[in-house]
Design a protein around this ligand. Sequence first.
Ligand SMILES: O=C(O)CCC(=O)C(=O)O
Length: 323
Amino acid sequence: MAATVSFPVVNMEKLETEERDTAMAVIRDACENWGFFELLNHGISHELMDEVERLTKAHYATFREAKFQEFAARTLAAAGDEGADVSDVDWESTFFVRHLPASNLADLPDVDDHYRQVMKQFASEVQKLSEKVLDLLCENLGLEPGYLKAAFAGSDGGPTFGTKVSAYPPCPRPDLVAGLRAHTDAGGLILLLQDDQVSGLQLLRGGDGGEWVDVPPLRHAIVANVGDQLEVVTNGRYKSAVHRVLARPDGNRMSVASFYNPGADAVIFPAPALVGEEERAEKKATTYPRFVFEDYMNLYARHKFEAKEPRFEAMKSSAIATA
Ligand SMILES: O=C(O)CCC(=O)C(=O)O
């Protein structure tokens, strides 16, 4: 059972009013203590969000559902008749759209021109919003505006940016499989459009031994979460939260998750302004490593569903000297 606590929600319109300080404090607390928050009145048009949701659900029904049903039948047969362990299976149907550094939208099969255009426009809006949110984080951290965007820029001057489109269809055996197993996100900042009817996304608040908390569906909200790279650059002030998607016996949850990540060759390290004098002098063992983002991703690909700390440790042993 997930705990019922008040989830951090930020009405971004308040950032333009005398209530700005209160809104900034909600963002700060969310980044320090949750790793997640939801944004309302974020500037992305509701019509565009509705169209993304409508087209994404139609795309699943037309092009992916039949294939998913075959996978579902195979998985349930293996679990039931053969007693196979399916705990490493995710009950999801997904496809990935790359935007930066190079778009693959034109190459995706079964995506018509209208869906392509809508996804392109939505990605452009989400990228703008990601950079706006990164600057709000800079402000809260006492970093100069643009610091986090620059920290994530690769040698081509930009981030890696892409969108994972997912359906979590109903599952008759949610006791056997997860919608998506628990993990932290590898990248920088993740902005998610999630189904406003069907829930399932949960975060682990308080780390190991903490409590699972629902990320509540909220119409026209964008969910933001901290990835591992933000944890490193903020020197652990902000921590990526473990999260998962529950499989459910009813409802087909849709989600569109956009990952604003460092460029592949970006060198990631804690912002010097966030490393204390004492820590710098002692080069404490707890200090986060310095590494090339692509190396982290190669490791993550093999260890996504494991704890992040060993990944940070492994990066220390391959640490590069660029200071
Ligand atoms: O679909 C969601 O709500 C979360 C997706 C996610 O955590 C992931 O793909 O890494």
